[in-house]
Design a binder for this molecule. Structure first.
Ligand SMILES: Cc1cc2nc3c(=O)[nH]c(=O)nc-3n(C[C@H](O)[C@H](O)[C@H](O)COP(=O)(O)OP(=O)(O)OC[C@H]3O[C@@H](n4cnc5c(N)ncnc54)[C@H](O)[C@@H]3O)c2cc1C
Ligand SMILES: O=C(O)[C@@H]1CCCCN1
Length: 388
């Protein structure tokens, strides 16, 4: 008789890899299936860096981050790899910004420290930034950079260390629900008691045949890097923080890390695409406009950077209308668990996302209120609004 797995996880991005790690660590015999050869750069988890911060508008994420940090540290210890570099995080916006006020409220509510910077403080502390006199900032002292590609590898290595199996270059092509689910791939078929779907931008393609159509939009993000005029101006070593601008749709930046002397500064939006054709016609549409807008932005606010990007790469967000994640069971097939819609901010939270999905798979009471992450919230048509 075919072997029955305790759990099969589909998708070896950061969310699937961390979920698989928690399952294996909790004694579940787990198989992690990935369509592409690992590592790859076609989904959402590639690249050297991501922002980690507690400064969130939504308090549920600020609270979850209190648990995420110790797990990141534990993985660093267990693998002997530095993954987190503390830089502090600067959230800027107009003095009247509701988002900044709510960020302060949620940091306080989560028991986390922060500093409030006036326009004068901002000028004094960060002379290489230029913002109007009616701007202010919130500084999150615990924020920093995660070494993303290393982090992904660490979680996959630990998963294998705890007895998990990874099958890459194997695409899931059909799912037959049941008390024991059958997962058909391009190479084989597997039986499992619990199936966890973490397919990133491909979520729509896997969920549709299971009768689920949540309003998910895969969006192509241009990852833009800008050369310093004077090397070292925005360097991590010199203590330049990670940065989020809360004016209208966000712009965000990370101090020079992956390419020496080159600062990463991106726009938190882009064209809706098919993940199998990320850089095709739809993906390129609007890119020139975004680059032009970002050139203007750099000229205005980052006077120490060349105002033409030195490097351009791509990555994909999978957005929900309210930018909250989906972490839930299939409403009909309760042993199928879904993690999707990480809306461009899921990396830092993956340690807690994985823990919650593992709890659902092991039929334990989840450690957090799952209401913000429920699939059925979309029946009430959430108002689209950039939050973070
Ligand atoms: C430019 C950019 C900047 C970001 N910045 C930040 C940040 O600063 N901080 C932060 O916290 N987050 C950030 N994020 C968000 C974060 O990176 C994502 O939320 C996270 O990587 C999502 O991971 P995932 O595992 O859901 O998706 P993915 O990494 O895409 O993983 C899904 C995997 O499933 C596989 N798969 C799909 N379908 C199948 C199938 N049928 N069979 C087998 N395998 C399948 C895919 O190949 C893929 O490997 C950023 C994202 C981008 C794009
Ligand atoms: O998750 C983050 O911290 C960043 C903030 C800005 C948008 C992209 N993601």
């Amino acid at each position: 008789m075919a072997e029955v797995w305790d759990a099969v996880v589909v998708g070896a991005g950061i969310e699937g890899s961390v979920t698989a790690f928690h399952l294996a660590k909790n004694g579940c015999r787990t198989l992690l299936i990935e369509q592409f050869p690992l590592p790859h750069s076609r989904g959402s988890s590639h690249g050297a860096s991501r922002i980690i911060r507690k400064a969130y508008v939504q308090q549920h994420y600020a609270r979850m981050m209190n648990e995420a940090y110790p797990i990141w540290e534990q993985v660093e210890r267990e693998t002997g790899t530095q993954l987190y570099m503390k830089t502090g995080g600067l959230m800027v916006g107009p003095r009247s910004s509701k988002q900044l006020a709510e960020t302060e409220r949620s940091l306080s509510g989560a028991g986390s420290e922060f500093e409030r910077l006036s326009s004068d403080d901002l000028k004094l502390r960060f002379p290489n930034l230029s913002f109007p006199a009616d701007y202010r900032a919130v500084l999150d002292p615990e924020a920093g950079v995660l070494k993303a590609d290393k982090a992904l590898r660490c979680f996959q290595d630990l998963f294998v260390k705890y007895g998990g199996r990874i099958h890459d270059e194997e695409k899931v092509v059909r799912i037959d629900p049941g008390d024991v689910v059958t997962v058909h791939t391009s190479k084989s078929a597997y039986k499992t008691r619990k199936l966890l779907l973490l397919p990133g931008p491909w979520a729509g393609k896997l969920l549709g045949p299971l009768g689920l159509h949540p309003p998910l939009k895969p969006v192509r993000i241009s990852v833009l890097y800008w050369r310093e005029k004077q090397p070292g101006t925005y360097a991590l070593k010199k203590g330049f923080p990670v940065f989020v601008d809360h004016t209208t749709l966000h712009k965000y930046g990370l101090p020079c890390l992956e390419y020496p002397g080159i600062f990463k500064l991106c726009y938190h939006s882009g064209p809706v695409i098919d993940p199998d054709d990320r850089d095709g016609v739809a993906g390129s549409r609007g890119n020139q406009e975004i680059v032009r807008m970002m050139c203007d932005y750099v000229r205005k606010h980052f006077p120490g950077l060349e105002s033409v990007p030195a490097i351009q790469e791509s990555c994909i967000y999978t957005n929900t209308p309210d930018e909250d994640f989906i972490l839930d069971r299939h409403p009909q097939y309760r042993n199928i668990i879904i993690g999707a819609g990480f809306s461009g901010h899921g990396f830092k939270l993956a340690p807690v996302v994985g823990k919650l999905l593992c709890e659902l798979a092991m039929d334990k009471q989840p450690s957090y209120d799952m209401t913000p992450f429920s699939l059925d919230r979309f029946h009430n048509t959430a108002t689209p609004q950039a939050k973070l």
